[in-house]
Ligand binder design. Structure first.
Ligand SMILES: [Cu+2]
Length: 139
């Protein structure tokens, strides 16, 4: 009886570890300028379901994010960032989103940046993110 209980616990622990192992660590280039940007970017990412940590580095403009890839995707993460006004590797912020940023946050935009944002093919992701209340501006 006791051995059965112990093996049951062992199985649960094992499952626990495998679930944890599915956490994905990713580095994404995100444009930004200052500490306010850092706050804005990290808040936008952390508000998504499944994200366990987000850290944006001002000096190399790189976001390190850890997330459960069953609950969210890099597309959703980058959509959320673009919606907050910051260009990512995958998506660009809308002109109006960028213009809304305070002066100190108006980072230099890449002329060759990807022009796809939350229009066209990424529209569905955008809507999903918006419905889940991920947009930092809704808070
Ligand atoms: Cu800023």
């Amino acid at each position: 009886m006791k051995t059965k209980l112990i093996s049951a616990i062992a199985v649960f622990l094992f499952i626990g570890f495998t679930v944890k192992a599915e956490n994905k660590l990713e580095k994404i280039k995100v444009k930004g300028q200052c500490d306010m940007c850092e706050n804005r970017i990290e808040t936008a990412v952390k508000s998504l379901d499944g994200v366990s940590s987000a850290q944006w580095d001002k000096s190399n403009k790189s976001l390190t994010v850890s997330y459960d890839d069953k609950k969210t995707t890099t597309q959703k993460i980058q959509t959320s960032i673009a919606m907050a006004g910051h260009d990512t590797e995958m998506f660009s912020a809308s002109e109006s989103g960028y213009d809304k940023l305070p002066d100190c946050c108006q980072y230099k935009r890449d002329e060759n940046r990807k022009k796809n944002n939350h229009h066209g093919t990424t529209e569905s992701v955008y809507k999903k993110v918006e419905k889940s209340g991920a947009c930092c501006e809704n808070k």
